[in-house]
Design a protein around this ligand. Structure first.
Ligand SMILES: Cc1cc2nc3c(=O)[nH]c(=O)nc-3n(C[C@H](O)[C@H](O)[C@H](O)COP(=O)(O)O)c2cc1C
Length: 257
C-alpha cells in the first residue's frame, strides 16, 4: 500500500463481526479483543474492508473521493445487456458533433473504476486535444509510406485507402490508454460500454496504437515516458451509420478440461 493511504479503525463503531477479515484478500486485518485491527505488509489498498463494513467503522484514507454508501448493488438487466452487446458494432463513420464534457468525464470515470490486477490502478488516459490533428497527420504519413512497402505482402493493405481521416474517422474524441495490457483493456471495455450507453459509437484503433508505440514523434507528442506503453486507442463519437441486423460470429471456442 502506498504511504499516502492509512487504514483507520473506529473501535467505538466496530462490532467485531469479522466481515472485513473474511473479505480481505491479503490477510491484513484481524480481530483482536473483539475489534478489527489492521496491520501487516502486503495490503493492496483495495478498500474492501471499508466497503464491506456494515458499521462504517473502517476507513482507508488518502483519496480525493469519499466512499459512498448504497443499499443494493445495481444489476444490469441480462437480456438488455446481451442485446446491447450483440447489436454493438465498431463504428468507422462518425458525425463531427462534439461530446458534452460531462459525458466525456463519465466515460473516463467508467475506465477509472475498472478492476486492476493487485489493485495497481496503473491505467493512464491520454485525451487527444490540441495535438489530435497533428497526431493523425503524422500517423497517416507513416502508414502511407509503410503500405507502399507492405502492399505486395498484405491483401488488406493492398486494398485499404489511407485517407486523411484513416485513424480517427472524424470522431471528436480520442483517448489512448496506457499501462498494463489487461488492466487498460478492461478499462477500455468499461469506457466503450459507457460511451455506447450515452448513444455514442466506438472504434478501437489498433493501427493508431501501433503508431503511438513505435513512432518517436508520436510518442513524444503523447508524452509517453520511456517504457510506457499505449495499450489501446478509443475513437469515440456519434455514429453516422445505422445497422439493421447483427453480424454473424463464429461459435465460441470452448474447451472443457
Ligand atoms: C484491439 C482492436 C483493434 C482494432 N483496430 C482497428 C483499427 O485500427 N481499424 C479498424 O478499422 N478497426 C479496428 N478494430 C475493429 C475490428 O476490426 C472489429 O472489432 C472487428 O472487425 C469486428 O467487428 P465489430 O467490432 O463490429 O463486431 C479493432 C478492434 C480491436 C478489438
Amino acid at each position: 500500500m502506498s504511504s499516502n493511504h492509512r487504514v483507520l479503525i473506529n473501535t467505538e463503531k466496530c462490532i467485531g463481526c469479522g466481515a472485513c477479515v473474511s473479505d480481505c484478500v491479503s490477510s491484513c486485518i484481524s480481530i483482536e479483543n473483539g475489534k478489527a485491527k489492521a496491520g501487516g505488509e502486503g495490503c493492496i489498498a483495495c478498500g474492501h474492508f471499508e466497503a464491506v463494513c456494515p458499521e462504517a467503522a473502517v476507513v482507508l484514507t488518502g483519496f480525493e473521493e469519499e466512499s459512498e454508501g448504497f443499499n443494493a448493488q445495481t444489476r444490469l438487466n441480462p437480456q438488455e445487456l446481451m442485446k446491447a452487446i450483440r447489436t454493438r458494432r465498431s463504428i468507422r463513420n462518425f458525425d463531427t458533433k462534439d461530446i458534452d464534457r460531462e459525458i466525456v468525464d463519465m466515460i473516463i470515470e467508467a475506465g477509472r473504476l475498472a478492476p486492476t490486477g493487485s489493485n495497481a490502478q496503473n491505467t493512464g488516459f491520454i485525451v487527444l486535444d490540441k495535438s489530435k490533428q497533428e497526431l493523425e497527420r503524422n500517423a497517416v504519413k507513416l502508414f502511407r509510406s509503410l503500405t507502399g512497402i507492405a502492399k505486395p505482402f498484405s491483401k488488406f493493405l493492398s486494398r485499404v485507402e489511407i485517407d486523411d481521416n484513416f485513424f480517427f474517422k472524424k470522431a471528436p474524441l480520442v483517448i489512448v490508454l496506457t499501462g498494463n495490457s489487461v488492466n487498460a483493456s478492461l478499462a477500455a471495455e468499461n469506457m466503450a460500454l459507457m460511451a455506447e450507453a450515452n448513444g455514442l459509437g466506438v472504434l478501437f484503433s489498433g493501427f493508431f496504437t501501433v503508431c503511438a508505440n513505435n513512432v518517436p514523434k508520436i510518442r513524444k507528442t503523447l508524452a509517453l515516458k520511456r517504457g510506457e506503453k499505449a495499450i489501446t486507442t478509443l475513437v469515440i463519437g456519434y455514429p453516422n451509420v445505422k445497422y439493421y441486423r447483427t453480424a454473424r460470429r463464429e461459435k465460441a471456442n470452448i474447451r472443457k478440461v
